[in-house]
Design a protein around this ligand. Structure first.
Ligand code: NAD
Length: 440
């Protein structure tokens, strides 16, 4: 049995900082506020609703995760956000049109009090938006200083014990790692010299890490997955995780693909298309932002199927992903998947999926879980990449020594085993021979 990690208690208030006060953020905030008033249940949240088995099945120990590990209470959360528009959280939620007005009315006053701070914005990274509520600064260094000041003010004004940042802003264009991203020194020099390779999201991440605040990246663009910020996170003892919340279509992909592979069924092609009409859809209508999303959505299948190990089954899977902006759909995304599979003797079969999901309804509980688990990780002394939170991401950050784990079921086991490890409980092997007279 592992030794229980030393975990600082979840005392005091936890601040959750959200760059981006759009559909996902406001759905998360309104939901958390309703939950703590006892008006709604935290459906979709593993941290709040799931149990964890401890020891053998005969021991009958199944506590709720939130009773097993020392998590912050949803009642102890304070929210703050940055956005390029001035709308308060209530107004932004009304515009996002995810939640019904009647669900928002119960928490209207608290939501109106959440007024976004001015954002760090650069249109060259998000082509389809024009910000009006934006910070001014001669250098990116100066902008980072302003974000740090915002974080410190939030901490003082709300008397917070700890803070976590979860990026819920728009998807930035696809960019590749550059030499300026290599070390802390080159990155800080780049901030001072206004390097065009430093994005707004990197400025928020840098500021958060410098303030000792964990940073989770809900979008697919390059942010903390650069050596400079990974090194800074380790140096400052700050957990980071990412990237791109695993919600609708990719969630289904990482459920179905492991199932096909477990049964050694082959795949010839997987065509995925979506229509959505929210602001996220508008941003993704730009090819640069779509490219970030496409890469993150496409990576899952390759890693799950392992074509190099199973060439007969998965060598030439034709995988295509499309997202189309279609305003009438709003946040009610519709996704279609056509999967061409083959089985015994190579006989072809097809699977068709039509998923009518609500993007932000799937993303909101992920924001809650990430905020609570990132805070837990920091109190447990974990720092740098938190691969055990891969469960929540489409393109999980990982050590360069290993490939990322995409299979939802392995990710789930990893998450729960990490919690067991933290608390000094034995891992579940599912061997179970002892119930049949075999000595284990
Ligand atoms: N299921 C999902 O909804 C889902 C899944 C995976 C990833 N994501 C990602 O989460 C993010 C949020 O999604 P959403 O549906 O809430 O989008 P949204 O467009 O409703 O909200 C994003 C908000 O970010 C703001 N913004 C843009 N640039 C900013 C900046 N530099 N600083 C501060 N604010 C900024 C925008 O004004 C907008 O209000 C997107 O990147 C999206 O791709 C969402």
């Amino acid at each position: 049995m592992a030794q229980r990690m030393e975990i600082k208690p979840a005392e005091g208030k936890l601040g959750v900082l959200l760059p981006g006060l759009g559909a996902v953020s406001t759905t998360f905030i309104a939901g958390a506020m309703r939950i703590r008033k006892g008006l709604s249940k935290p459906y979709g949240s593993v941290s709040q609703m799931q149990t964890i088995r401890l020891g053998g099945r005969d021991e009958k120990r199944y506590p709720l995760i939130k009773d097993f590990v020392p998590l912050a209470d949803v009642k102890d959360i304070e929210f703050a956000a940055w956005d390029i528009f001035k709308d308060n959280a209530y107004e932004a939620a009304m515009k996002a049109k995810v939640l019904d007005k009647r669900d928002l009315e119960d928490v209207r006053r608290e939501m109106e009090n959440i007024k976004p701070m001015k954002a760090v914005f650069d249109k060259s990274f998000v082509k389809n938006l024009d910000g009006t509520h934006v910070k001014k600064g001669k250098t990116k260094w100066n902008l980072a200083e302003q974000v740090r000041e915002d974080i410190r003010k939030f901490r003082e004004e709300k008397k917070l014990a700890r803070i976590v940042t979860v990026w819920c802003g728009s998807t930035e264009i696809h960019t590749e790692k550059q030499p300026v991203h290599d070390t802390i020194e080159s990155f800080e020099k780049g901030l001072k010299e206004n390097s065009k390779h430093i994005s707004p999201s990197m400025i928020y991440a840098y500021a958060s890490i410098m303030e000792g605040v964990p940073y989770a990246n809900g979008a697919p663009h390059l942010t903390t997955d650069i050596p400079a910020l990974e090194e800074l996170a380790i140096k400052k003892g700050v957990p980071i995780s990412g990237k791109d919340f695993k919600t609708g279509q990719t969630l289904m992909k990482t459920v179905i693909a492991p199932g096909l592979k477990a049964r050694m069924l082959g795949v010839k092609g997987w065509f995925s298309t979506n229509i959505l009409g929210n602001r996220d859809g508008l941003v993704l209508d730009d090819p640069g932002s779509f490219r970030s999303k496409e890469i993150s959505k496409k990576s899952a299948l390759e890693f799950i199927f392992q074509p190099e190990m199973y060439p007969d089954l998965y060598k030439n899977v034709y995988h295509k992903v499309r997202i189309n902006y279609y305003p009438p759909k709003g946040d009610d995304k519709e996704g279609w998947d056509n999967i061409d599979i083959f089985g015994w003797l190579g006989y072809p079969m097809q699977i068709k999926i039509n998923f009518l999901c609500k993007d932000s309804i799937l993303a909101a509980p992920i924001v809650l879980d990430l905020a609570l688990f990132m805070d837990l990780a920091q109190r447990a002394g974990l720092k740098g990449i938190q691969e055990w939170l891969s469960f929540y991401y489409k393109a999980p950050m990982h050590s360069p020594e290993v490939y990322p784990e995409h299979d939802l079921f392995i990710q789930h086991t990893k998450l729960k085993n990490t919690l067991r490890y933290m608390m000094g409980e034995e891992f579940i092997t599912h061997l179970g021979l002892k119930y049949y007279g075999v000595k284990e």
